[in-house]
Design a protein around this ligand. Structure first.
Ligand code: NAP
Length: 209
């Protein structure tokens, strides 16, 4: 009898305020480049590093993520972080996914390179780096050295960060949630930058005005 095949799960972590085409291209490219079986989008409930700006409420960010991913059979969305009370720590999400998917699975946590630069300041970084692989999505021209140099050498070795972080260049990440929010506020178009259903949902609810 053959051995059980390891299931490779991509986990797209983000605030998704709002989700946009750049995120969708990132997820599809990760699926392809790293031969993942599926992508689970996990919108943050209460982003831990964000006291400066109020994000849209978690339920609305979740609904937009569902609308954006609904037609892709390999994309799913989890309510895990929006239902967990307190700040959304990635380690808690990874532990919960490990329990759900079991030993025959590998977790690839996909997020923006700027977020991953800070990974050693996240909760339980050593455990986190043992439990999952990380895919840092960047726009072309991003100084990859910044990622490499973000830690002093001895720290890098102590935490063994480098071998656990993979990098992926995504031209579509010229699109950003910050730009979409300013466009809405200034009455400029967001057509094609977000899926049509997401644009209509933003308009219907008067978000970001
Ligand atoms: P952020 O600081 O808002 O984003 C940093 C950069 O990454 C932005 O340019 C952002 O662009 C981009 N980005 C975010 N998510 C992305 C994704 N899935 N794919 C491609 N680009 C992405 O980051 P955040 O959204 O708050 O946090 C990212 C993830 O890291 C979340 O899952 C969060 O829970 C986790 N995190 C965990 C801890 C912790 O455990 N202590 C601390 C910080 C972050 P857009 O604005 O266009 O998305």
């Amino acid at each position: 009898m053959g051995r059980l095949r390891i299931k490779r799960i991509g986990v797209m972590g983000g605030t998704f305020d709002p989700i946009h085409t750049g995120h969708l291209v990132t997820a599809e490219e990760a699926l392809h480049q790293f031969k993942l079986d599926e992508i689970l989008f996990v919108p943050s409930g209460h982003p831990p590093h964000k006291e400066d700006r109020e994000s849209l409420d978690p339920e609305s960010r979740y609904i937009m993520t569902v609308i954006a991913t609904a037609t892709n059979p390999r994309f799913r969305v989890s309510r895990m972080e929006i239902e967990r009370p307190g700040p959304s720590y990635t380690i808690d999400t990874v532990k919960e996914l490990r329990r759900l998917y079991g030993a025959n699975s590998e977790i690839y946590f996909i997020t923006g390179a700027d977020a991953i630069l800070e990974i050693l300041t996240w909760k339980e970084p050593e455990k986190l780096l043992r439990e999952a692989m990380f895919i840092a999505a960047t726009r072309p021209g991003y100084e990859l050295r910044r990622l490499e140099e973000s830690l002093p050498q001895e720290e890098k070795e102590r935490h063994a960060v480098a071998p656990r972080v993979l990098v992926m260049e995504i031209p579509a990440l010229a699109i950003s949630s910050t730009d979409i929010r300013s466009r809405v506020r200034e009455g400029r178009p967001i057509t094609y930058l977000v899926p049509q259903g997401v644009r209509e949902f933003i308009e219907k609810n008067g978000f970001y005005r």
